[in-house]
Ligand binder design. Structure first.
Ligand code: HEC
Ligand SMILES: [Cu+2]
Length: 336
C-alpha cells in the first residue's frame, strides 16, 4: 500500500469514527431512551449490511456464471424456471419475515422511548425562529421561570419536555438523550428522557425552519440534583441590580434604546416577550442559540450588528454610540 493511500484511509477512518462519539451523537447514548435508539440503529445497520452483502455475493456469482449469448431466447427450460420460481418465493418470504421482525423490534424500542415515568421535571420548550424559549414549570407560579437556549436537568430524574412552536415547525433533537420530536404551533407534543451521566449534551433544530435553521442549537446540561436545585433557585430570582454607575447607565439604556420592548429582564421594567429572556444572560455559555461563546466581545459584536452574525434573524441592528454599547454590555455581564 502506498503511504498516500494509507494516509487517506487513516483520515477517512478517523472521520467516520470521530462522528460516533462526542456531545451530539446517537452513539454516545447517555439515557435509557437513547440506549434503545442506539440498539435499534445497530440492529438495523447489521441487518441491512447482511442483506446488502448477500445481494452483492449473489450478483457477483451471477455475473461470473452467466450463460453464453448464442442461446435461443425462446427455448423453455422447465427445470430452471421451477428452481428460479422457488428461489424468488423463498427470497420474498425472507424479506417479509425480516421486515416484520424489524417492525416488532422497533415497536419494542418505542415502548421504552415513549414510556411516561411518574413525577417528572416538566420543562416547556417553545421553538422560535431561530432560538429556543425554555420555561421551567412548577406547581406554584412563583417557582416557574423562563430562560433561553440552555436547558439544565437533574441527573437520574425523568424530564418531560413539552414542545410547542411560536411560528413554523421546528424539531427538538438531543441525540445523546433521546429521539427527535417536532414542535408545531397549536399542538403540544412531548418527549421524556432521564439523563444518566452528568455532562453537556448538544441539541440542534432538526427540521428546516428558515434561513438561520443551522444556527438554532442548544445544550442540555445534566447536573447532580443538589447543584440543579441551587441553579434553579438562582434562576428563579429576579435580575441582580447593577452595582456601579456604568451598570446603572447600562440598565437605563437597555430600556431607553428599546431593547426592553423585545427582551424581559425580570425584576426590571423590561418586559418584552419577543426575544430571549435575558434575566440571567451572563450565566449562559453561549449567545444567539449556540452561535457564539458568551464573552464581552461577542456580546458587543452581537448587539452592534446581529444581522452580520445571523443574517435574517429577528433582532434588528440598532444604532448605538460606542459608550452606550460599553454601558449595555457592562450591565448585561452582571446578569449572572
Ligand atoms: C425587535 C426585537 C428586538 C430588539 C429591539 C432587541 N432584540 Fe435582542 N434579540 C431579539 C431576538 C429575536 C433575539 C434572538 C436572535 C436569535 O438567536 O436568532 C435576540 C437576541 C439577543 C441576545 C442574545 C440572547 C441569547 O441568550 O442568545 C442579546 C444579548 C440581545 N438580544 C440583546 C439585545 C440588546 C442589548 C438590545 C437593545 C440594544 C436588543 N437585544 C434589542 C430581538 C430583539
Ligand atoms: Cu428550527
Amino acid at each position: 500500500m502506498t503511504s498516500w493511500l494509507r494516509l487517506s484511509l487513516a483520515i477517512a477512518g478517523a472521520c467516520v469514527l470521530a462522528s460516533c462519539t462526542g456531545w451530539q451523537s446517537s452513539f454516545n447514548a447517555q439515557a435509557p431512551q437513547a440506549d434503545e435508539i442506539r440498539r435499534l440503529l445497530l440492529i438495523f445497520i447489521a441487518v441491512s449490511a447482511v442483506v446488502w452483502i448477500g445481494v452483492m455475493v449473489v450478483l457477483f456469482f451471477g455475473m461470473l456464471r452467466r450463460k453464453r449469448q448464442n442461446q435461443q431466447p425462446l427455448d423453455l427450460h422447465e427445470g430452471f424456471e421451477r428452481r428460479a420460481g422457488s428461489v424468488v418465493l423463498i427470497a420474498g418470504l425472507l424479506t417479509t419475515v425480516t421486515v416484520l421482525a424489524l417492525s416488532f423490534v422497533s415497536y419494542g424500542a418505542q415502548r421504552t422511548v415513549f414510556a411516561n415515568e411518574a413525577d417528572p421535571v416538566t420543562i416547556k420548550v417553545t421553538g422560535h425562529q431561530w432560538w429556543w424559549e425554555v420555561q421551567y414549570q412548577a406547581d406554584s407560579p412563583h417557582l416557574s421561570f423562563t430562560t433561553a437556549n440552555e436547558i439544565r436537568v437533574p441527573v437520574g430524574k425523568p424530564v418531560t419536555v413539552e414542545l410547542e412552536s411560536a411560528d413554523v415547525i421546528h424539531s427538538f433533537w438531543v441525540p445523546s438523550l433521546t429521539g427527535k420530536m417536532d414542535l408545531i404551533t397549536g399542538q403540544r407534543n412531548s418527549l421524556q428522557f432521564t439523563a444518566r451521566t452528568a455532562g453537556i449534551y448538544r441539541g440542534q433544530c432538526a427540521e428546516f425552519c428558515g434561513i438561520q435553521h443551522a444556527h438554532m442549537a442548544f445544550t442540555v446540561r445534566a447536573l447532580p440534583p443538589d447543584e440543579y436545585s441551587r441553579w434553579r433557585h438562582h434562576q428563579n430570582q429576579g435580575a441582580a441590580s447593577p452595582g456601579d454607575p456604568l451598570g446603572i447607565r447600562g440598565e437605563q439604556l437597555f430600556r431607553g434604546r428599546g431593547c426592553g420592548l423585545c427582551h424581559t429582564i425580570r425584576g426590571t421594567l423590561a418586559g418584552g416577550q419577543f426575544g430571549p429572556d435575558l434575566t440571567h444572560v451572563a450565566s449562559r455559555d453561549t449567545i444567539a442559540a449556540g452561535t457564539l461563546p458568551k464573552t464581552s466581545g461577542n456580546l458587543a459584536a452581537w448587539i452592534s450588528d446581529p444581522q452580520h452574525i445571523k443574517p435574517g434573524n429577528l433582532m434588528p441592528k440598532m444604532a448605538l454610540q460606542s459608550d452606550e454599547m460599553i454601558a449595555i454590555v457592562h450591565y448585561l455581564e452582571q446578569l449572572q
